[in-house]
Design a protein around this ligand. Structure first.
Ligand code: BDP
Length: 668
């Protein structure tokens, strides 16, 4: 819990929609909850009427099929229903159907699914999709959870349990759900020494020293949590990859983890170091076109697939922050990516190539580099290469314009890192390989994410990667219901805090499209550290990316470009990202830009105070320890918000030469 402050002020808490969800509470719960069970608590349903109706509807489990994943689905269904309904249900294996059965399976295991009617419905699903439906079999009302594949049955089971956890109406239920993206991947930034880069929740959950022999029970809880939200891939280690991760010593450990994840349909991926042939293989080069290097990677990949037949593939970061790159050998990213992808392809693996090549062409505006450096290769990458593109073209920020590279390579697979709302499912441009990825916020703290509320970000990522049309509010609502409370009033308060929290943070840190105002700790204010990103001067503030400035705006499609390029139509929350805004520019509110800036900073501080007050009103209504902890953390956030406001406004005042309007100062 103590890490909430770090989280709130760290650079890693900006996951776009996800970042709205970071302050919530436990309401109406008398017993302390250490958060270990995440959103899969399966406590007995606390609403008697609902419990009775569920008990009437669900009387038996009918599960056939012996595959590893189907057995996992059976186990989960059993565990979930037993907990939620607080009763042991009979399990019927095979053909006999009793009234009130929950039947889960595929056409290979459930006879009625072979009928034309069901075949037609199932044909509409994509891989992993499922149907949950009330059916009548031989006069017996039942609930069917059906999919074409075993993994879809598991996802369907989790969805069904979620319906009960959120106390949804089961009458005439009819759900048909397919993932919108093929790969839904968590990127751990875990180092082999047990530390986690930008981690705020303890040490790495991977206990490398104990693997492969000792399997921490956490691994299974982790796998269940991921599968419950549809995550199907996990990159175990940091993109600043230690070459040792693909040594024989570590691969057996990785294989042991893959064995735990397989029953949950989760594929293991590894981040690799481009110079591994030299650093690990002791070759004298890592040139991607060198025959010895290719052979080295071929042998390595063979070795990996022997140990882990369903290995997902590699993720790579090249060319910046000390990472080696094909450019070190005067080769392009295309040559590097295709060499590795070609080798992985023979095993069905994919190559996730992170886009950020500051070693390539330079431009005064760093935001232009991903687009400048990569669009030239469109259509040339192998079909199992997927470019992993950070949502923001500069770096991770609480709010930033989306990367113009997203969508700019119609003949290349693209996958967004940490971003949710863009149209990147391939439906616009017909890409075959799709995905979404997020840097994980998990550590070995009891509650996994450093404070229970951080779990919401993990949950939301999986849900959005499955269906990016779900709204943040819907997701937050689900999560609160599953994790915290069913009390309507409490849910409303929590939702309000969660939905407003991102704006509050942006207001007191980087309002109006400002970016990178943090110091090098990424924690405290330091607007003076990277002046080139704010272009602050006596005439105004903001980076001119119009045709009078860096013209980065030209990288966007005309629809977006025209809106962003015009000072009057650019969304005000991105104003300083695209424009150098004169201090006296009239904002929509009627305030001048300078006044608006002051207003935003002061509002941010005021709104943290407001959150504190809302929180305080819960005294006595929630677990006292959680109440106190969160209260303390909010105090810390308030102090930090003031520090940001003071530092930034004082600094900007030095350029604007204008006073802070006195009416805002009462917001203290
Ligand atoms: C930066 C982080 C650094 C990461 C890097 C990345 O500070 O820890 O390694 O992003 O995404 O923002 O590779």
């Amino acid at each position: 819990m103590n890490n909430i402050r770090t989280f709130i002020n760290s650079k890693k808490r900006w996951n776009i929609i996800l970042s709205i969800i970071f302050i919530v509470s436990i309401f109406g719960s008398a017993k302390a909850d250490n958060g270990y069970r995440l959103w899969l608590k399966y406590d007995k349903i606390d609403n008697m009427a609902y419990l009775q109706s569920c008990r009437k509807t669900i009387k038996a489990l009918n599960i056939a099929g012996q595959s590893v994943i189907l057995r996992t689905a059976q186990e989960e269904l059993h565990r979930g229903l037993e907990g939620l309904l607080a009763s042991r249900l009979p399990v019927i294996h095979g053909g006999e159907i009793a009234a009130g059965s929950v039947i889960a399976g595929t056409p290979a295991t459930v006879a009625i699914l072979k009928s034309n009617k069901w075949q037609r419905s199932l044909a509409k699903l994509t891989k992993g999709g499922y149907i949950i439906q009330q059916v009548n079999i031989g006069g017996n009302p039942c609930i069917l959870i059906a999919s074409n594949e075993d993994i879809g049955v598991l996802y369907g089971v989790f969805h069904f349990l979620r319906l009960l956890q959120t106390q949804s109406d089961l009458k005439n239920i009819k759900v048909s759900s397919s993932p919108k993206l093929q790969w839904r991947i968590l990127n751990h930034w875990d180092n082999l020494d047990g530390s986690v880069e930008q981690g705020f929740a303890g040490s790495s959950i991977w206990k490398w020293n104990n693997l492969p022999n000792k399997i921490d029970p956490r691994y299974k809880v982790y796998a269940r949590a991921n599968a419950s939200i549809g995550i199907n891939g996990v990159v175990l280690n940091s993109v600043n990859a230690n070459p040792k991760i693909i040594s024989k010593e570590y691969l057996v450990k990785v294989a042991a983890l893959a064995d735990v994840f397989r029953p949950y349909g989760i594929h293991v991926f590894l981040a690799v170091n481009f110079a591994s042939p030299e650093l690990l293989g002791k070759l004298n080069t890592s040139d991607p076109l060198n025959t010895g290097v290719k052979q080295w990677w071929t042998d390595k990949v063979d070795e990996i697939y022997k140990l882990i037949p369903d290995f997902g593939g590699f993720l790579i970061k090249v060319g910046y922050e000390g990472q080696p790159s094909p450019m070190d050998h005067h080769r392009t990213p295309l040559e590097g990516a295709n060499m590795m992808a070609g080798i992985l392809a023979s095993h069905g693996g994919i190559m996730m190539w992170r886009v950020d090549t500051r070693k390539m062409s330079q431009d005064k505006d760093q935001a232009k580099l991903p687009y400048n450096n990569f669009t030239q290769f469109d259509g040339k990458f192998y079909s199992n290469v997927i470019l992993q593109i950070k949502y923001g073209p500069l770096d991770f920020q609480p709010r930033i314009a989306f990367s113009p590279l997203l969508g700019a390579m119609p003949h290349t697979n693209e996958m967004v890192e940490f971003q949710i709302t863009q149209e990147i499912d391939g439906s616009l441009q017909g890409q075959q390989l799709t995905g979404m990825t997020a840097v994980a916020n998990v550590g070995d703290d009891t509650d996994w994410t450093g404070y229970i509320f951080g779990q919401a970000n993990w949950y939301a990522f999986g849900r959005v990667a499955w269906d990016y049309e779900l709204s943040a509010k819907e997701i937050a609502n689900e999560w609160i219901n599953m994790t915290l409370t069913h009390n309507g009033k409490a849910i409303k308060t929590i939702l309000e805090i969660m939905m407003g929290s991102r704006e509050v943070l942006v207001n007191y840190e980087t309002p109006l499209g400002l970016n990178l105002l943090c110091d090098y700790t990424h924690y405290s204010p330091g607007p003076w550290v990277r002046e080139k990103f704010t272009q602050v001067d006596h005439s105004g503030l903001g980076f001119d990316r119009t045709d009078k400035g860096s013209n980065a705006v030209a990288q966007y499609f005309p629809g977006a470009r025209n809106i962003f390029a015009n000072l009057h139509t650019c969304p005000e929350n991105l104003l300083c990202y695209f424009h150098h805004v004169p201090w006296n520019y009239k904002m929509k509110s009627g305030r001048t830009f300078w006044e608006e800036l002051c207003y935003k900073y002061y509002s941010g501080v005021k709104d943290v105070r407001q959150m504190q007050q809302e929180w305080n009103s819960l005294n006595g209504k929630i677990d006292p320890e959680i109440f106190t902890n969160t209260n303390e953390l909010l105090k810390g956030q308030y102090e930090k918000a003031r520090e940001w406001k003071e530092a930034c406004l004082n600094y900007f005042k030095g350029f604007s030469g204008l006073p802070v309007p006195s009416q805002y100062q009462q917001f203290q």
